[in-house]
Design a binder for this molecule. Structure first.
Ligand SMILES: [Zn+2]
Length: 315
């Protein structure tokens, strides 16, 4: 049915969006979700002067999921072969379980992230520095405190490996009857004892099967292949928990002591976190206050799509 929206508000097709980009001399980037738009705008702004980031669901020729995005791109290649490969546009898609299913697209203007999704790239020290600087008074102490938090939190990410392995198997084998998939929320996995117990009970089997498809129970593989929303949520929850303990660590001297504690004024510890900070707020802080250079791998992918080297942007 034709939309009742006024003229100018109707969704454009991929071909129309690219035609518009050519007229406006701007780079058109297609991303998977609306949450991704401001993140990619911030990254693209470092590479090109004019750009338009759009999410797939806002196009008129969109289907569900990134397989539909790929078929839209394939249609474009058939109908408009000359613009399909033009470096005026590009699409960036999540890795999700494509690596294990062997379904990474090869179209020159479609790039697949090297990790599950963009959220995976925010698991880094700079994210903790941003949270510390926004929610405590630690100022210049944030760098060393963030190292202290990272060394405590990163090994705990391995706790996600069995659920990740199970979800990967679910994504690879259609007939696989698993206890969870990447559509299950991390809170459901954490809070439902039957899922947790079943994963625990079957852990040897799950890990053996997942090793066969290429997933290993290492922190590196968790960082790469765990669903971004699970990973970032878990990382933020653990980091916030550790930040709350910093003033006790400061008092006993296990982190670089702050000026207040040095003066014996423990109640005014600079590491004390504001009240009410949760993972949702943490996510907002890390995805808006980041330095594009910390997402270097994604910047390199964008640079390939645009044909512009990082740092070559003409001002
Ligand atoms: Zn202190």
């Amino acid at each position: 049915m034709k939309s009742a929206l006024p003229a100018g508000f109707e969704p454009r097709s991929l071909a129309e969006s690219i035609a518009e980009a050519i007229i406006n001399n701007e780079f058109f980037l297609l991303v998977e979700g609306v949450d991704d738009i401001p993140i990619y705008e911030k990254l693209l702004c470092e590479i090109v002067n004019d750009y338009n980031v759009q999410c797939f669901s806002n196009l008129s020729d969109y289907g569900v999921g990134c397989d539909a995005l790929i078929s839209t791109v394939e249609n474009l290649t058939k109908t408009e072969p000359s613009i399909a490969v033009k470096k005026i546009w590009g699409a960036i898609i999540d890795l999700d379980s494509r690596f294990f299913r062997g379904t990474i697209p090869t179209h020159p203007q479609v790039t697949t992230l090297s990790r599950y999704s963009i959220e995976n790239f925010f698991v880094n020290k700079e994210s903790i520095v941003a949270i510390l600087k926004t929610t405590t008074k630690c100022g210049d102490l944030a760098e060393t405190a963030a190292e202290h938090i990272m060394s405590a939190v990163i090994p705990t990410l391995q706790n996600l490996s069995i659920a990740t392995a199970e979800a990967i198997l679910h994504g690879v084998y259609e007939e696989y009857c698993g206890f969870c998939s990447f559509s299950t929320s991390v809170d459901t996995i954490k809070n439902k004892p039957d899922i947790r117990n079943s994963l625990e009970e079957w852990s040897d089997f799950i890990l053996e099967q997942s090793r066969d498809v290429g997933f290993h129970q290492t922190v590196e593989d968790v960082l790469k292949f765990t669903k971004g929303k699970w990973l970032l949520n878990y990382f933020l929850a653990e980091s916030i928990k550790k930040i709350r303990e910093l003033h006790a660590d400061c008092k006993d001297g296990s982190v670089f002591r702050c000026k207040s504690c040095n003066a014996g004024k423990y109640d005014c510890c600079q590491y004390k976190m504001q009240i009410g900070i949760d993972t949702k707020i943490g996510r907002g802080i890390v995805t808006s206050n980041f330095n594009p250079r910390t997402l270097e791998e994604v910047m390199i992918s964008l640079s390939r799509l645009t044909g512009v080297s990082i740092g070559d942007r003409c001002n």
